[in-house]
Ligand binder design. Structure first.
Ligand code: ADE
Length: 269
């Protein structure tokens, strides 16, 4: 798989992607990432890429022409037209489903904006997929592009070990959060590893993990439970927890030491 990133900060992309698992995949030639500097396509005296916005308003805008020339130069080298992903808070919200969809492509072009954004006319002309990584605003598209590339790259065969990749698939399809995990020592800061995990009884371990997944999803991401495939008995368990929760004053509600996501209401399930 090949990623082509159009950016004003190519060194940021290369520094971020050339490490750890993705860096190793690049070395193994499973992935190829090029970062192309949009400024190299600003054919004016000072290689200027930004200007004031028509109609007024704070900040500068990236101009259409250097972005277009950069995109055209990259695309002219590709064997066939590729999807162009523009990172923007206005885009389709990124998730595992979109990661899977993008992982089907041979080549992907990413366009990273800076300043107050990019002239709308070039966005209309070249972007096929406006993508947001969440409801918050960052200073540029480079970090979001790296988030998307990381999630897509780990689905490329050989990038992860087989064991890890199959595990991650079941996780994303189950719509449940991960169960808690523990390593040595058995007691740390006075906290014991749950007894069942030391029992060597695989069925009991699996049952405990499944219940933990449902419990955590109920507590922290109840909205995800809509898509989860639970048995009647498991739904019954969720209804019991819900009843208990209604009865318990908010400050006494169990949080497992983590903060509950305040944006998500239990009324959602
Ligand atoms: N650029 C700035 N903020 C962003 C976000 N949340 N997602 C994608 N691109 C962005």
């Amino acid at each position: 798989m090949r990623f082509h990133v159009l950016t004003l900060f190519p060194e940021m992309i290369l520094a971020g992607m050339n490490t750890s698992i993705i860096g190793r995949a690049i070395e193994k030639k499973l992935l190829d990432i090029e970062a192309v500097n949009i400024r190299d396509y600003a054919f004016n005296k000072h290689q200027k890429v930004d200007d004031y916005t028509y109609g007024g308003g704070a900040g500068m805008l990236m101009q259409a022409e250097p972005v277009y020339l950069c995109w055209e130069a990259v695309c002219s080298r590709l064997p066939k037209p590729a999807r162009t992903v523009y990172l923007t808070p206005q885009g389709r919200v990124f998730n595992q489903k979109l990661a899977r969809e993008l992982a089907e492509e041979e080549e992907l072009v990413f366009l990273c904006g800076h300043y107050e954004g990019i002239d709308e006319r070039v966005i209309e002309e070249i972007v096929t997929d406006p993508v947001s990584i969440g409801d918050y605003v960052l200073t540029g598209g480079e970090l979001p592009a790296m988030v998307v590339m990381d999630a897509v790259a780990r689905m490329v065969p050989g990038v992860l070990s087989n064991e890890a990749s199959s595990e991650s698939e079941t996780f994303s399809d189950s719509h449940l959060l991960e169960y808690p995990q523990y390593s040595r020592p058995e007691v740390w800061h006075g906290k014991r590893v749950p007894e069942v995990l030391l029992s060597g009884h695989h069925q009991k371990v699996d049952a405990w993990r499944r219940e933990q997944q449902i419990r955590r999803t109920f507590l922290y991401r109840p909205d995800l439970l809509h898509g989860a495939d639970l048995t009647n008995k498991e739904w019954q368990m969720v209804r019991e927890w819900k009843k208990e929760k209604r009865a318990a004053p908010e400050h006494e509600a169990e949080t497992d030491g983590l903060l509950r996501n305040e944006d998500i209401k239990h009324e959602d399930i």
